[in-house]
Design a protein around this ligand. Structure first.
Ligand SMILES: O=P(O)(O)OP(=O)(O)OP(=O)(O)OC[C@H]1O[C@@H](n2cnc3c(O)ncnc32)[C@H](O)[C@@H]1O
Ligand SMILES: [Mg+2]
Length: 202
């Protein structure tokens, strides 16, 4: 394994870290969570996923001295004019809670009938070779679905029990980890990033 393939993952989200591990280890990357270096969560002050991902990657790379990969992601619901969007993790306030976020989403959509509950996950990945890297590698991918009226399934994390995939006839929380990684906003963004890295940085 080459030293260039060691990465710090700029995330404190256990669900994301597990998915990245499953995706990056088979590709030969040595993936280190930011907690290994004592990196704390940065304040996500950006107005876009890309700004927040840059903030996270820069901090993790600065503290660890390694190239960094950050993920800023969230759920965009059409009937809620794009909410919770970049505020998805803290939709129901601090401290962050998937359970309370899901309850708040169900309440917000209580009057919304089937057919008006469309939405999508977004994942923006940013890769920095070092904290001052002027050429970040950036990939954005979405994943279309509908918001269920009741949770289904035990897998995944976050809004997955409420995110329905008509094509699969399942919620994301009912998919296997492998299938989620193959289809998801994050899995496809990472595939795109790995392809770009081959071109951009050898
Ligand atoms: O910032 P880090 O430390 O990475 O962890 P976080 O949970 O705060 O991550 P974000 O700021 O990117 O917020 C993303 C939120 O969007 C939701 N989300 C993103 N991807 C998801 C997925 O694959 N399944 C379910 N929910 C997801 C979930 O609520 C996340 O907490
Ligand atoms: Mg966050």
């Amino acid at each position: 394994m080459t030293a260039e393939k060691t990465l710090v993952l700029a995330s404190g989200n256990a669900g994301k870290l597990k998915e990245f591990d499953g995706l990056l280890k088979p590709l030969g990357f040595d993936v280190r969570p930011q907690a290994d270096f004592g990196v704390h969560d940065v304040e996500e002050t950006g107005l876009t996923f890309v700004e927040n991902a840059l903030l996270k990657a820069r901090e993790a790379s600065r503290v660890s001295g390694l190239p960094a990969l950050a993920d800023d992601s969230g759920l965009e619901v059409d009937a809620l004019h794009g909410a919770p969007g970049i505020y998805s993790a803290r939709f129901a306030g601090e401290p962050k809670s998937d359970t309370r976020n899901n309850e708040k989403l169900l309440t917000a959509l209580a009057d919304c009938v089937e057919g008006q509950r469309s939405g999508r996950y977004w994942c923006v990945l940013v890769y920095l070779r070092h904290p001052d890297d002027p050429v970040p590698v950036i990939v954005q991918r979405s994943w279309e679905g509908e918001i269920l009226a009741h949770p289904r399934g035990e897998g995944g994390f976050g809004y997955d029990p409420l995110f329905w995939l008509p094509d699969q006839n399942m919620s994301v929380a009912e998919l296997s980890a492998e299938t989620k990684n193959r289809l998801s906003h994050r899995g496809r963004a990472l595939q795109g990033l790995v392809d770009l890295l081959k071109v951009a940085h050898g």
